[in-house]
Ligand binder design. Structure first.
Ligand code: NZQ
Ligand code: ZN
Length: 386
């Protein structure tokens, strides 16, 4: 196992009715900006529950944060934070609203001239404006980590940011919110969380037995609950396991003591920047090609994953590893997620060059757990996913 430091300060309020408990987590004198997305919370009862919980606070609202949170819209919220002297942020939504709120948490205390620099330089946020979250869509783990991904459509950029100052103070996880999520977003959530585990697992053996087994248990749980939750979103037990698995997949725990990859995400973000494809779907497009391309350096872990997750017990390391990639693709297909870029756009041929060039221009010339994925490799991996 590798050396590590681990601290996760986010308090989790999990379970039925926990939205009502959020008031006790916010300082009484706080002036709160409540942030949300395109309006799903207005039709599923979450908005009323949050407003009710905040009834003793001074609250300003900002709705309309889109999926893949848009910088220009967030800048409108930043102006409100300054004008209204907001002291506390409350994100009510999925990863996009939470990530947008993290950007605002950082930007609100940022003293530089151009907040976009937080993403391009990038600037690590040591201290942000305090914020809490009410999660409405299990997927990203943003509710219990300190990272965010922000999009700027005018320049076709999608960039990450983070720092120890960007952990939510608290997050409310009430699995009942899952009831209103469309199938497409449920499938996205499962795929995103599953790939988060893969990014922290599908590397090389690091003699971290417990980390491997925690990662494997999250993947097994997601595979088990996927058909159940897609059939019946009101199944509270399955919803609970789905929600907690997504949080555990990216709250920092399983990455400790092990090498991590994250090249699937780095490349996937370029597909969203170019075509606006849902985040999770970009991962399902890239992961199988990337694992085939990096087969020689990943085959031991692929074979372990084959045995323990897909119960493939016969054959050589190579045969097991190859079958594991096929099983992973089949799992995504079972969620109705397509795994080829050409199934999302006819204009796919420019993508390999775009992604390779973009990563190169940012100096990301050595991706992956061995820092051996160059822009030329990115070109070939994306081409394999056509
Ligand atoms: O905007 P509203 O109307 O709320 O609708 C949303 C949105 O259209 C809807 N939705 C959310 N909760 C719902 C609901 N609809 C009905 N009932 C509910 N309870 O779902 C749609 C998608 O929401 P979004 O927040 O965009 O999805 P997700 O949670 O998948 O977040 C994706 C974003 O997170 C980033 C992605 O890149 C992408 O920008 N990520 C953030 C990470 C992090 N901070 O750690 C890591 C991830 O790898 C990822 O990159
Ligand atoms: Zn992701």
């Amino acid at each position: 196992m590798l050396n590590f430091d681990y601290k996760n300060p986010t308090k989790i309020l999990f379970g039925k009715g926990q939205i009502a408990a959020l008031a006790k987590e916010i300082p009484v004198q706080a002036k709160v900006l409540m942030l949300y997305g395109g309006g799903s919370i207005k039709t599923n009862g979450v908005y009323e529950q949050v407003k009710n919980a905040l009834k003793d606070f001074e609250v300003v609202e900002f709705g309309g944060i889109p999926a893949n949170p848009e910088y220009d819209i967030l800048m409108e919220a930043l102006a409100i934070i300054k004008k209204e002297n907001i002291t506390y942020l409350l994100a009510v939504g999925g990863g996009s609203v939470i990530d947008g709120t993290k950007f605002l948490s950082s930007a609100a205390l940022y003293t530089g001239e151009e907040p976009w620099d937080i993403l391009t330089k990038p600037i690590r946020t040591e201290k942000g404006m305090p914020f809490g979250t009410v999660l409405t869509l299990p997927a990203t783990g943003s509710e219990m980590n300190s990272g965010a991904v922000i999009t700027r459509r005018s320049t076709q950029q999608k960039l990450g940011m983070g720092g120890p100052g960007l952990f939510p103070i608290f997050s409310v996880l009430d699995p009942q919110v899952i009831n209103s999520i469309p199938d497409r977003q449920i499938a996205n959530g499962i795929t995103d969380a599953f790939t988060h585990v893969l990014e922290q697992y599908m590397t090389y053996p690091a003699k971290a037995l417990l980390q491997d087994r925690i990662a494997e248990s999250i993947m097994q749980t997601l595979i088990e609950i996927a058909p159940v939750i897609l059939k019946d979103k009101s199944n509270y037990e399955a919803a609970s396991d789905f929600m907690w698995s997504c949080t555990m997949a990216l709250n920092g725990l399983i990455q400790k003591g092990v090498p991590t990859d994250w090249s699937v995400h780095a490349i996937g973000h370029e597909l969203t920047a170019l075509y606006d494809i849902d985040h999770a779907r970009t991962l399902a497009i890239i992961a199988p090609s990337l694992y085939r391309y990096k087969f020689n350096t990943k085959k031991e872990k692929l074979a372990q994953y084959a045995e323990r997750i897909w119960n493939i017990q016969t054959g050589s390391v190579e045969e097991k590893a190859m079958q594991a990639i096929e099983k992973t693709e089949a799992f995504f297909h079972s969620l109705n997620i397509k795994t080829k870029l050409s199934e999302y756009t006819d204009d796919y041929k420019k993508c390999a060059g775009f992604a390779a060039e973009r990563l190169k221009s940012r100096g990301w010339i050595a991706l992956g757990e061995r820092k051996d994925i160059t822009p030329d490799d990115v070109f070939k991996i994306v081409e394999m996913s056509y």
